[in-house]
Design a protein around this ligand. Structure first.
Ligand code: BJW
Ligand code: ZN
Length: 242
């Protein structure tokens, strides 16, 4: 299932970066965004995942995020998350870059996660930017507010918003530096995350895609492994480190 090149590179080289997307959490029961059962089949991204949508109908957006937090609080990380956490122990320099906001990489024990699109468990004030954790805000309110009076919103990155600058900077650094780049469970459609595997390839990395189906980057990468990340990643660990 894995090429000799991939096994040798992971075993012997210094730096690996992995970019994960919603597919990595799908086997835990967290819905993906695109595809036939994806969230965006039933919901409109511009209404739920943009500041314009939030300002128009904050109650609706909060209702949706509370529903998603409920799903996330009832799921467990899967063998794919756990395998990625173990890779950090085997590889001298391992960067885990995720588009996921569900906190499952942290739950699985990954220590150094670059959360490109924020974290659904945090909130921030739209007026003073103060950050609130999962528990230190009034979750019973339909429209939670900051002590300054500003509306709270989930601390995630919506369409049209900049990604957190330092985290994005680190993700670009890792993608340029790594010897192996793994793109896992992402449809590779949302920018700037989708440009990271391309940057890695252009900088000389061996780029591998792990996905249930082909994506816009499949023809560009060095190796495509088709299947479920929760099965493939533990098998990869076994194949490389026994
Ligand atoms: C499995 C599996 C299993 C299933 N095993 N695989 C350049 C060109 C065109 C547009 C733009 C551009 N630059 C910027 C844009 C605009 C926009 C964008 O990219 N639009 C495109 C969609 C057209 N980007 C932005 O607005 C970004 N901001 C930005 O660039 O700021 C600068 C700027 C501002 C203004 C103008 C221009 C520049 C911000 C993007 C924020 C994305 N936010 C979301 C919501 C986060 C909050 C939340 O969750 O509530 O992030 S949208 C959603 O998509 C979420 C995800 O992180 C993201 C990526 O999705 P992902 O992870 O790839 O999931 P899916 O569902 O798409 O795919 C799942 C995959 O898994 C599939 O391939 C399955 O096959 C696979 N799979 N089970 C393995 N078991
Ligand atoms: Zn405030």
């Amino acid at each position: 299932m894995f090429s000799k090149t991939l096994i040798e590179k992971l075993k012997n080289l210094q730096c690996t970066a992995a970019l994960t997307g919603a597919g990595v959490s799908a086997e835990s029961g967290v819905p993906t965004f695109r595809g036939k059962d994806g969230i965006w089949k039933k919901m409109k991204p511009q209404e739920l995942a943009s500041i314009e949508g939030f300002m128009k109908n904050p109650e609706l957006v909060w209702e949706w995020y509370k529903m998603r937090r409920e799903i996330i609080s009832n799921v467990e990380c899967n063998p794919g998350h756990k395998a990625l956490a173990r890779m950090e122990d085997f590889i001298p320099e391992f960067w885990l870059i995720t588009q996921n906001v569900d906190d499952l990489h942290n739950k699985a024990g990954s220590r150094n996660v670059l959360e490109l699109h924020g974290n659904i468990l945090r909130n921030k004030c739209i007026k003073c930017q103060k950050i609130y954790t999962e528990t230190d805000f009034d979750a019973s309110s339909a429209l939670p507010r900051c002590s300054c009076g500003g509306l709270l919103r989930p601390d995630v990155v919506w369409f049209g918003e900049m990604l957190p600058a330092e985290i994005l900077h680190s993700a670009f650094y890792a993608s340029k530096k790594c010897d192996v780049f793994l793109s896992i469970g992402t449809s590779a459609q949302v920018q700037p995350a989708a440009s990271l595997p391309v940057l890695a390839k252009d900088s000389g990395a061996y780029v591998v895609e792990i996905n249930k189906e082909r994506t816009p980057i499949s023809d560009y990468v060095d190796e495509v492994i088709t299947g479920q990340s929760g099965e493939i990643l533990p098998d990869l660990i076994k194949a490389v480190w026994g």
